[in-house]
Write a protein that binds this ligand. Structure first.
Ligand code: CTP
Ligand code: MG
Length: 173
């Protein structure tokens, strides 16, 4: 069935960036991370990134996402392609999230403030860009990518709501 093929292809490529995107919330509960921007401000008087983007969260995200990619690779006949896809997807995803925070600060949204759809799709678009720029990565077909555009915001909102209920996040988005 086509939808099953789309779902499997989607998971093989995007499970790593999805895990990478979720891990920092858990890490932040155990480690008080150091801000990536070292607490610095730009000339507009606002933080470069804010306290929501930490060194530890970023490192753990990339490591965990790459580990997921390695597992997917092993499950796919020891395919190195999925290992690279996991690494670049996680790196691109986390950089997408960081880029989003930079622009959120510039338009005056405080750390943790909501920016609908952008908050949900930042890592997805970042990971897709990086995966596409990598010639040896597994590339999603258009239907797989569009499936993600619909499913990611729904998944993101529901997992964040669960994280909020578990007291892992202070806001439900
Ligand atoms: N986090 C982190 N390092 C990252 C990304 C996230 O430590 N690179 C942790 C932070 O504790 C952050 C939480 O995960 O508060 C949730 O991530 P996110 O929603 O992306 O950050 P926000 O706090 O909403 O900050 P922003 O407004 O900048 O997106
Ligand atoms: Mg947020």
């Amino acid at each position: 069935m086509d939808i099953l093929r789309i779902l499997i292809d989607f998971l093989k490529i995007y499970i790593s960036p999805m895990v990478a995107n979720g891990i920092p919330v858990v890490v932040s509960k155990f480690i008080k991370g150091r801000p990536l921007d070292r607490g610095k401000y730009l000339s507009d008087g606002k933080r470069i990134l804010g306290d929501g983007k930490t060194v530890e969260g970023t490192i753990f995200a990339i490591l965990t996402g790459t580990l997921m990619g390695a597992i997917i690779g092993i499950l796919n006949y020891y395919s190195l392609q999925y290992c690279f896809t996991g690494f670049l997807g996680s790196l691109g995803g986390i950089l997408g999230d960081i880029t989003k925070s930079f622009f959120k600060r510039r338009i005056g949204i405080e750390r943790g403030g909501m920016l609908p759809l952008v908050d949900q799709l930042d890592f997805y678009l970042g990971s897709t860009l990086f995966i596409y720029l990598c010639p040896i990565c597994a590339h999603p077909s258009l239907d797989v990518f569009l499936f993600g555009i619909i499913i990611i915001p729904l998944l993101h909102l529901s997992t964040n709501y669960i994280a909020f209920k578990l007291h892992l996040k202070s806001v439900p988005w």
